[in-house]
Design a protein around this ligand. Structure first.
Ligand code: NAP
Length: 255
């Protein structure tokens, strides 16, 4: 049981690994000993993150570009990782997007874009990398949900909430379907996290106070707050945990 949270010897892929949350998760996995493969569509961005992980963890980290909406692209990613390292132990799907639209006027092409990345992309990554894990008889997947996967929200978030609800059910259904294969499938459910995409909130004192006041722990989350739960879910410490979402939300969903 010693070092059960450590990830030494494990190979981890983080999709959306150059995103606000994904970068922190990729670095966190690397600092706990995993060899990290950072992925997203932007090669330059993922290379920067891989270099940062290598510099801070002393472990190898590499960047392989991929698009989660494209099955061939994810197949190429999986093949490249298996060719280089012989296995994939951990998949963290930290990619995702939001498009806020008035529900009365919702452009269905935006609805489709959201579902393409957040839902279809999650399933594509799970099924292709899950198949590698099945052959190994072991693997841990962590999908990025949100408190919006179980709580509705105003402000044009109907599409986003719907995709995250779907991510939660993909997570539970795969956890059951794959339980006998040794693959565990869980999710992380953050509340608002300050990232480049949401930093305008932190920079607006009135808005920041409003958001913080809604959180029982009294502050807005930072990407680093997300790391502990994902390291846990990816590690052997969570070997009896599957089909769960951990809400790292300062207590928001306790109400
Ligand atoms: N920030 C929050 O407050 C918050 C709260 C709850 C949940 N979440 C969830 O946490 C996850 C990460 O959020 P974030 O704030 O870190 O977002 P972010 O900073 O916008 O990062 C999103 C990442 O996803 C990648 N991505 C987008 N489309 C992709 C595609 N088709 N294929 C591969 N990668 C793709 C982006 O890279 P490229 O564009 O280079 O591909 C980027 O690395 C998302 O699922 C989000 O819904 C965020």
């Amino acid at each position: 049981m010693k070092d059960m949270f450590r990830l030494d010897g494990k190979i981890a892929i983080v999709t959306g690994g150059a995103g606000g949350i994904g970068e922190a998760l990729a670095l966190g996995l690397g600092l706990q000993g995993a060899t990290v493969v950072v992925s997203s569509r932007n090669q330059e961005a993922i290379e920067k993150v891989a270099q940062k992980i290598a510099a801070e963890s002393g472990k190898e980290a590499i960047a392989i570009a991929s698009d989660v909406t494209d099955e061939n692209s994810i197949r190429n990613l999986a093949d490249a990782v298996v060719k280089k390292y012989g296995k994939i132990d951990i998949l963290v799907n930290a990619m995702g997007m939001n498009i806020k639209r008035d529900a009365f006027e919702y452009p269905m092409e935006d609805w489709d874009k959201l579902f393409d990345v957040n839902v279809r992309g999650t399933m594509i990554a799970c099924k292709i990398i899950g198949k590698v894990m099945k052959e190994q008889g072991k693997g841990a997947i962590v999908n990025l949900s949100s408190v919006r996967g179980i709580r509705g929200y105003t402000g044009g978030n109907t599409g986003y909430c719907a995709t995250k609800g779907a991510v939660e059910l993909i997570t539970k259904a795969l956890a059951l379907e794959w339980a006998a294969t040794g693959i565990r499938v869980n999710a992380l459910g953050p509340a608002l996290v300050i990232t480049p995409g949401t930093k305008h909130i932190a920079e607006n004192p009135e808005l920041a106070r409003k958001y913080a006041a809604a959180v029982p722990l009294g502050r807005i989350g930072m990407p680093e707050d997300m790391v502990g739960a994902v390291v846990f879910l990816a590690s052997d410490a969570a070997s009896f945990v599957t089909g769960q979402t951990i809400y790292v939300d300062g207590g928001l969903t306790a109400a």
